[in-house]
Design a protein. Structure first.
Length: 517
């Protein structure tokens, strides 16, 4: 009895508690089951076996924990959950007087979508996710090989492979792409899949965020049940500080005769992280005598709604141009003209003009008039000018148009090529605005000069632009009654009829009253 008491006291005095080391954050990698063997982080000085338990260190329960021996298994209450639960683990020895140690807080994190559910991947396996380990920029092409997709225990039908790009910092899926088609895989066989995609210009791609490529493979087993497995790998994507691109470029029509005029549209976009000032675009081709340089304009950074700008203008193809296909490629200049991009091009097919390559100058008697319905809004950086030039002659004319503000309220446009067919011609230009105030009137002159084989007197018009607040819209006229410009004969006939009716009603009111005796 005394010996037992002595041993009990000795154990109480000399026994040592287990030791614990730091358990790192546990982040789900897409595999099931998601487990952690906590025995790797506890030791007992007497090498006695340990019993393990856990407790929640927060009030969250998005991740379910089961503990079997020393192995903890984690599952999700909600497959769409992204976030962290915090636990502690405790190890207790089997001494007569048990001693224990508790770990520090352990973060259990799910930072990517779950495309598969627990138990869906028992009959399918995936190998490596292979792609170039480069730093990618917006617009770069990524080529991916998904290796060794295997049917492990039975045949699988309709095997589909999908790749998704995921921003870990923003917890957002950016986009997904499918490998071409589906196929069946026999038991114990393996198949490789490949696909490629371009890094999208998505606002959820920031400057220095962390990204994952997530692959999920789905199939039907012989019982028609879903099989699913997923994997992931990190990918480095950078958004440049300075980067302006040509987002779209078109010429209408795409087939044209020498001497004719085409309409051009060029949309530029700032996909960089810095604002850009004094951006401009060049479009040149010596063979076609195209020499266009836009006005300077500003673009906000990629997150702002004012990060894009569209240019619309006309180009007249040289009457001496040879028939053939011409590749036209605009260039955008930015970052104080230190950087350029020319990522878009179109092919313009030119046919020989009427009369071949004759250079005889035609004499044209021309009568031109000008009106506009352009709206100028206070507080905006630019105005899209809509000019309606009426050619009262019976022949096509070519010329150049210049827009010259009177004062410093806007930037001028010089020498824009225009083609004027008989009748009304709708011309569109973009003018950069300086600071203007609502309620003011600003003037500009528009000059049309002959070009090419057309020979007519230069015409100059003066327009008055009445500036309104953004919420009220605006109106623009030529002179004080600009809204009446360009009205046809039919308009004035209707006005005359209305005036006659009003006159008759007035006479009836005056002379048609009966006198009561």
């Amino acid at each position: 009895m005394l010996i037992a008491v002595f041993l009990l006291l000795a154990n109480a005095v000399f026994a040592a508690a287990p030791n614990a080391t730091t358990i790192p954050t546990q982040t789900w990698n897409g595999d099931f089951p998601w487990t952690l063997d906590v025995s790797s982080y506890f030791t007992d000085p007497e090498s006695n076996p340990l019993t393990y338990s856990f407790a929640r260190a927060d009030n969250k329960s998005d991740i379910t924990v089961t503990l079997s021996g020393s192995v903890a298994t984690f599952t999700f209450v909600d497959e769409d959950f992204d976030g962290t639960n915090v636990l502690t683990f405790t190890a207790t020895d089997n001494e007569t007087t048990p001693l224990s140690v508790t770990s520090g807080s352990v973060s259990i994190t799910k930072d990517r979508p779950a495309y598969c559910e627990v138990g869906d991947g028992t009959k399918i396996k995936i190998g490596d996710l292979d792609f170039d380990d480069d730093n990618y920029n917006i617009g770069d092409t990524v080529t991916i090989d998904v290796k060794d997709v295997e049917a492990t225990t039975e045949d699988l039908d309709d095997v589909q492979v999908e790749i998704c790009l995921y921003n870990q910092d923003e917890d957002k899926q950016i986009d997904c792409w499918d490998a071409d088609g589906t196929q069946d895989i026999n038991e114990d066989d393996q198949e490789d899949y490949d696909l490629e995609f371009d890094i999208p210009n998505d606002e959820d791609i920031g400057k220095d965020d962390n990204y994952l490529l997530l692959v999920n493979v789905k199939a039907d087993d012989e019982s028609g049940d879903n099989q699913c497995v997923q994997d992931s790998d990190s990918i480095d994507i950078e958004r440049e500080t300075r980067d302006v691109i040509i987002d779209s470029f078109s010429i209408t029509p795409s087939t044209i005769s020498a001497g004719e005029t085409a309409q051009v549209s060029i949309r530029t976009e700032n996909i960089g992280t810095k604002n850009e000032k004094d951006v401009y675009v060049l479009l040149r081709d010596d063979s076609l005598e195209i020499d266009y340089e836009s006005n300077r304009y500003d673009l906000d950074d990629y997150k702002d709604s004012d990060n894009d700008h569209t240019l619309r203008f006309s180009v007249t193809i040289s009457a001496d141009a040879k028939a053939g296909d011409y590749v036209l490629q605009p260039i955008v200049y930015f970052d104080d003209e230190d950087e350029t991009n020319s990522n878009k091009f179109v092919t313009l097919r030119v046919k020989e003009g009427v009369g071949g390559t004759t250079t005889t100058t035609e004499t044209t008697v021309a009568s031109l008039s000008l009106s506009t319905d352009t709206q100028i809004d206070a507080g905006r950086d630019s105005a899209n000018l809509h000019l309606i030039v009426t050619n009262d002659g019976n022949r096509d004319l070519t010329g150049t148009l210049s827009f010259t503000p009177i004062g410093s309220w806007a930037q001028g446009i010089v020498g824009q090529p225009v083609s004027l067919h008989p009748g009304a011609n709708n011309l569109y230009f973009t003018a950069s605005l300086n600071e203007i105030e609502a309620g003011t009137t600003n003037s500009a002159t528009v000059t049309i000069n002959p070009a090419g084989r057309s020979n007519f007197d230069s015409k100059q018009f003066t327009l008055n632009f009445n500036v309104q607040g953004e919420e009220n819209g605006s109106s623009v006229g030529s002179g004080n009654f600009g809204f009446l410009k360009g009205r046809g004969t039919g308009f004035w006939v209707v006005v005359d009829i209305i005036l006659v009716i009003i006159g008759l009603l007035f006479l009836k009111a005056v002379f048609g009253k009966k006198t009561v005796a």
